[in-house]
Design a binder for this molecule. Structure first.
Ligand code: MG
Length: 379
């Protein structure tokens, strides 16, 4: 079984794009730049682990936006940062090395790169050069034949042992332009596959607006609902919205029976027509017994990300006679926002009773309904 990891290099400290935050944490279409490639890579079925390399002191920033990401501390240079990431990948066969400044990662590019590794130690996405190229200076110099040139993008894919050998062999005090050049320097082949304009690197402040226009221009908004019920019973913990609420009764059922997160998961899955929670996490599968339901939400968000989608808003209504939701509303909102990777202002938590009518009125159970709104690329 071939195991594949992805390494996102997000260790820059500069804010060339004009904001106060390092570029990789600056917002793009409502979420930090690094989160865009993270969800795309983590959601790809062939990728088993995504590791994010951040600069010293940025771990807390990353944990805030991607609480579940595996984090490695980078070094003084990009090359050292990649080397630190590679050192953390024991047990893997292949690695995709990606720059956080390239937010879109089409699944088709990942597929092509990994296929190319069947025949070579490395592969890179490339695009043709559309402009005339010439030598510069005060006066225009001679034209360079652009037909023989390509623009090299990331992710760059490698057999792990080969790229580790390339890093080990590279002169300690020289910087490399990218990892593919290091692999070539030890005499290995690097194949090219078609790149994609979605992978353009964001460098200057204007690039963000352009990328948002590229994302926004081809995106459509979709909403979907989710509904769930769990039984209230003695002897269980009560988890709602990812937080534990001290109460005389708890919710019984599959996983931790967090009815709120189950409804939200189904709403998120609904936006991309990806079935329901039971299809992804069957109640009959013992591995989900007692599981924290936040995993289900994160999985749905990753699936949306893999489709190039962005979650815009989630609205939740809890229907119960007890417990009182008001005192826990802020904590629940913050918990749900963190699971989805949203600002808390984009999560709404409401509660109602059924006037003591029906099973919720008799406190036999809690019902939850949710609506999720996402933007996804027009198909
Ligand atoms: Mg359920």
């Amino acid at each position: 079984m071939t195991r594949t990891a992805a390494l996102i290099v997000a260790a820059g400290s500069g804010s060339r794009m004009g904001g106060a935050l390092p570029k990789q944490f600056a917002p793009l279409a409502g979420r930090p730049l690094v989160a865009h490639s993270y969800v795309a890579l983590a959601g790809h079925p062939a990728i088993d682990r995504v590791v994010v390399v951040v600069a010293a002191g940025q771990q807390a920033l990353l944990a805030e936006v991607l609480p579940d990401a595996v984090v490695v501390e980078g070094g003084a240079t990009r090359r050292q940062s990649v080397a630190n990431g590679l050192a953390a990948l024991d047990g893997f066969d292949r690695v995709l090395i990606h720059d956080a400044a390239r937010p879109g990662v089409p699944a088709a590019v990942i597929d092509a790169l990994l296929s190319a590794l069947d025949a070579a130690d490395g592969a890179v996405p490339v695009l043709p050069v559309p402009d005339t190229l010439a030598r510069g200076g005060d006066r225009l110099g001679e034209v360079v034949d652009r037909a023989t040139l390509v623009r090299v993008q990331t992710p760059q894919a490698f057999r792990l042992d080969a790229i580790r050998a390339a890093h080990a062999a590279w002169p300690a005090h020289e910087e490399a332009t990218d990892d593919a050049q290091m692999l070539r320097a030890i005499g290995r082949d690097v194949m090219t596959v078609p790149g994609d304009s979605a992978l353009e690197k964001l460098t200057y402040p204007g690039d963000v607006a352009a990328a948002e226009a590229r994302i926004g221009g081809a995106m459509v908004s979709r909403s979907a609902s989710g509904f769930d019920v769990h039984r209230l019973a003695e002897g269980y913990e009560l988890w709602l919205g990812g937080i534990r609420i001290p109460h005389r009764l708890g919710l019984a059922g599959h996983s931790d029976a967090d009815v709120a997160l189950h409804a939200i998961t189904d709403a998120l899955l609904g936006t991309i027509g990806a079935g329901d929670i039971g299809m992804h996490f069957p109640p009959s599968d013992p591995q989900w017994r007692g599981a924290a339901s936040g995993r289900f939400v994160e999985h749905a968000v990753q699936l949306i990300g893999a489709r190039g989608g962005i979650v815009d808003f989630v609205d939740l209504t809890l229907i119960c006679e007890e417990p009182k939701i008001g005192p826990h509303r802020d904590a629940m909102t913050a918990s749900i926002a963190a699971l989805i990777g949203l600002d808390a202002r984009r999560v709404s938590v409401k509660a109602t009773t059924t006037e003591r009518l029906g099973f919720t009125g008799r406190s036999e159970g809690i019902a939850a309904q949710a609506i999720a709104t996402v933007r996804i690329p027009l198909e």
